[in-house]
Design a protein around this ligand. Structure first.
Ligand code: SF4
Length: 337
């Protein structure tokens, strides 16, 4: 069944209306003014950005809200902590040309847009040189040449920033070119936009994706069950009705989702919305966000408890990305079913 959303505001307007001012954020969420100094300090390092559909899911007056913690800049972001660096996944060395990262044998990642609808404080690309990685017409021609010269690549991953922050027309033009490369069998899109601005999934985009000869997989990024509201559920149903596979990858974050009952609820709510829990990543040690980090042993213990609570297909794979390795490193493979 095709369920159509009738958004009051377009996704482009929601992008423009995103809150970027710390004072306004605190005022709208009725938060204490003593948070302002830290919010301004963090904002100067990595700007605040939160769209209203996501803001509406944050509890007013609660400085410990798990969604707020993902977006509120704080003074700890200015601390220098040994071991936390600007490029924790050493992506610079795999950045073969503008906008293209080739880390794994048969997958390449394209940075289609440096923009995001939301700025997540823990983002491992918070220091990424997006300005040096723009894909214009000329760079796109080079990307296609690169793919032709690497016929072992059978999957393209659109990433960012958020690849869906770009227009439908631009995305569909890229897709038309990718469709012509016989080596490609899958297109993967890593995005947070269907979650933070659900109306981003326009009928035009979904129809275009469905028409592609490539099998399309959308990997969402949802860290907490409170992120899944009715609009997100309806949007996921629309995506799935266009023959698109939906997976989720989350990041394990201290004081946000480092709790068995939260993870259990997240997996159950994801599945109810038609999304399969896929990865639970350990935090990548990016400078400015060390306060989100957890010991690996704590993460393993948590996933061990989760395995006792859920069927195997609802337990996300606990993984870490280690620079230079040919694949993600699994820390808690699923043993039960
Ligand atoms: S790239 Fe993803 S995790 Fe990073 S700020 Fe953008 S939406 Fe958030």
């Amino acid at each position: 069944m095709n369920i159509a959303l009738t958004p009051l505001t377009s996704w482009q307007d929601e992008l423009k209306n995103a809150i970027t001012c710390p004072e306004m954020l605190l005022k709208e969420l009725q938060l204490p003014s003593n948070l302002l100094t830290g919010a301004k300090l963090g904002d100067a390092l990595f700007s605040l950005r939160v769209p209203r559909p996501y803001l509406n899911r944050i509890e007013k007056g609660n400085p410990n809200d798990p969604l707020l913690k993902q977006i509120l800049p704080i003074k700890e972001e200015a601390s220098t902590v040994p071991g936390y660096v600007s490029d924790p996944l050493a992506e610079t060395s795999a950045n073969h040309q503008s906008g293209l990262i080739h880390k794994y044998k048969n997958r390449v990642l394209l940075i289609l847009s440096g923009a995001c609808a939301i700025n997540c404080r823990y983002c491992f690309r918070r220091h990424f040189a997006y300005d040096d990685n723009q894909i214009g017409r000329q760079q796109w021609a080079s990307v296609l040449e690169y793919l032709k010269k690497n016929p072992q690549v059978n999957e393209v991953i659109l990433s960012g920033g958020d690849p869906l922050a770009t227009s439908d027309q631009r995305l569909l033009n890229f897709l038309a070119d990718l469709n012509k490369l016989p080596q490609l069998i899958r297109l993967r899109i890593h995005t947070r936009l269907p979650v933070v601005i659900p109306q981003r999934m326009t009928s035009r985009l979904l129809t275009g994706l469905q028409a592609s000869r490539l099998k399309v997989v959308i990997v969402l990024h949802i860290n907490h069950p409170n992120e899944i509201d009715e609009d997100v559920i309806q949007t996921c149903q629309r995506i799935k009705s266009h023959d698109i596979t939906l997976l989720n990858q989350a990041v394990l974050l201290k004081d946000v989702n480092d709790d068995v009952s939260v993870q259990k609820t997240l997996s159950e709510r994801l599945f109810a919305a038609g999304i399969l829990p896929y990865y639970l990543f350990l935090f990548d040690k990016v400078a400015g966000a060390a306060h989100f980090d957890l010991e690996e042993s704590v993460a393993k213990e948590l996933v061990g408890q989760l395995q006792a609570e859920l069927p195997g297909y609802l337990v996300p794979r606990l993984a870490r990305e280690i620079p230079g390795k040919p694949a993600k490193t699994l820390l808690a493979p699923l043993l039960n079913t």
